[in-house]
Design a protein around this ligand. Structure first.
Ligand SMILES: Cc1ncc(COP(=O)(O)O)c(C=O)c1O
Length: 377
């Protein structure tokens, strides 16, 4: 699917060089052309970073793209632009908690311009005509809800609103927001694209030239560019993304289907027919529903006993890697969310999130069913 993205124009090497220099020579008196393409100082540009950006732009079908040193610094740079323009910003209730907290603090002096809505998705759709920017995630954590991004994109384009899609849980192997009608795509490279728990990084892809220029300038001023070694590791992860994503999507779907027959838990996975967003997932996630599923085990005690009984899966607060990782959102990622909001979103004490890795599916099923057995006593 991404074969055409790996060509490296002008390079004899089969892989990009890691250009570690912080500073590059410049000709005295030379007049800068397009600064966004010039390499002279590492906080502005770097040859390895430029290769990564070209590869990611190709994978996302975005005209322009910028790589950042974390997913959060990509989002922070983007929300900085939104705040500096005084944009009316609407977020889905299921955006990553740190994204919400950042928006709340950035907008603390203009709180009336920040709104949070949906699911239900109609609530979010009804605010598009009063928004300049709408930010959703392709698959919202931890209940794995999928918004109707195509419908939102149409609404946004008829109201001159910028639709931003954080595509971290789907990755470009699962879904590509830009050809799907969004204006901006965001990825945490730390997750599926990096894929090996050994780098932090972020990416923003855009089609709009002036937004790209503004983001490039803010990245330079905030100093949020990715470092060369991480850029290379993200490039290397991208090379196997499709194969890894296909594999984890198959494994997660198989585990979700197998466990959905049990009466002692509830399985949340967008590709299960009883998911509230099954139709959105079928329409949008052509590359698979990804490797993350959640289980509601009914009580906090059972959830903790389950997590402690896992032997193959490891308990760690991340996703999208070669290793299966499990977490307890109620006491970790979502511990600061008010109780009433957690209840409304279905983030119960019994909820556990599992991000499957590349292990054999039978080994993982045995690990999970064994831990469920132990958690019941
Ligand atoms: C959906 C989503 N977006 C953004 C981020 C932030 O990425 P990073 O940890 O690379 O800063 C995360 C991190 O978990 C995430 O889950």
């Amino acid at each position: 699917m991404f074969e055409e993205c790996w060509r490296l124009p002008g390079s004899k090497g089969l892989v990009p060089d890691i250009s570690i220099a912080a500073v590059y020579r410049v000709e005295p008196g030379s007049v800068p052309g397009d600064e966004r393409l010039e390499v002279k100082y590492g906080r502005e540009n770097n040859p390895t970073v430029l290769v990564l950006e070209r590869v990611l732009n190709c994978m996302e079908e975005a005209r322009h793209g910028l790589a950042f040193n974390t997913g959060m610094s990509a989002i922070a740079t983007l929300l900085h632009v939104a705040r500096s323009r005084g944009a009316r910003l609407t977020l889905s209730r299921l955006v990553y908690g740190t994204t919400y907290e950042l928006a709340r603090r950035l907008y603390s002096e203009i709180p009336e311009k920040l709104r949070i809505a949906g699911p239900p998705w109609d609530e979010l759709l009804s605010l598009v005509d009063r928004s300049d920017m709408v930010l959703v995630e392709t698959i919202g954590n931890p209940t794995l809800r999928v918004p109707p991004i195509d419908v939102l994109a149409r609404e946004c384009s008829s109201h001159d609103c910028t639709l931003v899609v954080d595509n971290t849980f789907a990755s470009p192997a699962g879904y590509r927001p830009i050809p799907g009608g969004a204006s901006v795509v965001v990825e945490s490279l730390t997750k599926y694209i990096g894929g090996h728990n050994d780098l932090l990084g972020g990416y923003i892809g855009v089609d709009n030239d002036s937004l790209h220029e503004e983001l490039w300038n803010w990245r330079k001023m905030l100093g949020t560019i990715i470092q060369p070694l991480e850029a290379y590791l993200a490039y290397r992860g991208a090379r196997t993304l499709e194969q890894r994503f296909n594999r984890v999507s198959e494994t997660a779907a198989r585990i979700a289907e197998t466990l959905s027959g049990r009466s002692d838990l509830k399985v949340l996975y967008p590709c299960l027919p009883d998911s509230p967003d099954y139709e959105n997932a079928r329409r949008l996630l052509k590359g698979g529903c990804g490797g993350v599923l959640s289980l509601d085990l009914g009580s906090g005690e059972r959830a903790i006993r389950f997590l402690k009984s896992l032997r193959v899966a490891r308990t760690a607060p991340s996703l999208g890697s070669v290793d299966t990782l499990a977490s307890h959102p109620y006491t970790s990622s979502h511990r600061w969310v008010p109780e009433s909001e957690k209840e409304r979103l279905g983030i119960t004490p019994g909820l556990v999130r599992i991000s499957v890795g590349l292990e054999d599916v039978e080994v993982l099923l045995k690990d999970i069913t064994g831990a469920l057995e132990k958690a019941s006593h």
